[in-house]
Ligand binder design. Structure first.
Ligand code: DGL
Length: 292
């Protein structure tokens, strides 16, 4: 599909009503359940904001897909979220941020986007031995954004990378504590530990869901960094700077969609989140998403 030349102004889209823009939702998307690990921090940081979550489970995993595919998915999803009046879009996926964030900002110049990136900067600042491990998808490691991040912040630090092939699929299946997941995690992380890594970056939003298992494997001396709390604070700052924050009031609901099976996403949320999620289905048709 390649780089799209289309540019969408807010006037051309059914964007948030300008008179009540503060009341419009923040939209969060990921290839699957991973973005829920970001959503829970957004919920904690911004309890008065209404949230929309979209999991593209018909197309998960994104990690092994082409740049063009991920850009097309991200563009279709953004369209869908803007039709639902999103005032800000969170790309709660490192892989989609690496492949499509620049493309999205060019395509939707009026829309505020917040993306994810592996927390190499804080890891490089914190490591005592100068050895950092990064767990992310193959797509994230191959992205220009990651290359730029490394060039900027990882000078003088040894970085060990692993894409933990198959881990996203296990987490999507709800296997956050299984023996198979533990075996896979050990295979990714133990070689890094043997090299003396003392700081580990969770560079995929699915991975915080296996953090308890990871902590058991790496022990108390290795610092694990999940950028989600910092991303939630960044969203708060962007809303404040643009005058888009919702007024304080009652706790707002989350509206969730999946392009896969609604029951599966709801089941995962029941297992991993503190409050249940009512999930609706969205359907892809010719690069566009529709509610069922
Ligand atoms: N959750 C996504 C990320 O943060 C990737 C999972 C996938 O491969 O789809 O990179």
């Amino acid at each position: 599909m390649g780089q799209s030349k289309k540019v969408h102004s807010s006037a051309a889209l059914q964007l948030c009503n300008p008179a009540a823009v503060n009341l419009c939702p923040i939209a969060v998307f990921d290839s699957g359940v991973g973005g829920l690990s970001v959503l829970r921090h957004i919920r904690a940081e911004l309890p008065h904001e209404q949230l929309i979550y979209l999991a593209d489970q018909a197309n998960v995993p994104y990690g092994s897909r082409s740049l063009a595919e991920i850009q097309a998915f991200s563009e279709g999803i953004t369209h869908f979220l803007l039709q639902l009046n999103a005032k800000l879009v969170v790309v709660a996926c490192n892989t989609a941020s690496g492949a499509a964030l620049t493309h999205l900002r060019q395509t939707f110049p009026d829309v505020p986007f917040v993306g994810m990136e592996p927390a190499v900067k804080p890891a490089a600042a914190q490591t005592k031995r100068g050895k950092v491990g990064v767990l992310a998808t193959a797509g994230t490691f191959q992205s220009q954004r990651y290359e730029a991040l490394m060039a900027r912040f990882a000078q003088g630090v040894l970085v060990f990378e692993d894409s933990c092939q198959g881990l996203v699929a296990l987490i999507e299946n709800g296997q956050t504590k299984s023996a198979e997941t533990e075996r896979l995690l050990r295979a990714c992380v133990e070689p890094m530990l043997a090299k003396g890594v003392d700081t580990l970056v969770l560079g995929c939003t699915h991975y915080p869901f296996v953090r308890p298992l990871l902590t058991k494997i790496v022990g108390p001396d290795v610092t694990i960094i999940d950028p989600a709390p910092a991303v939630a604070r960044q969203i708060k700052r962007v809303l404040q700077q643009r005058g888009l924050s919702a007024p304080a009031g009652k706790m707002r609901v989350v509206r969730a969609f999946t392009t896969g099976e609604a029951g599966r996403l709801a089941g995962f949320a029941r297992q991993m989140l503190t409050s249940p999620l009512a999930v609706e289905t969205a359907v892809w048709q010719n690069d566009k998403l529709y509610t069922r």
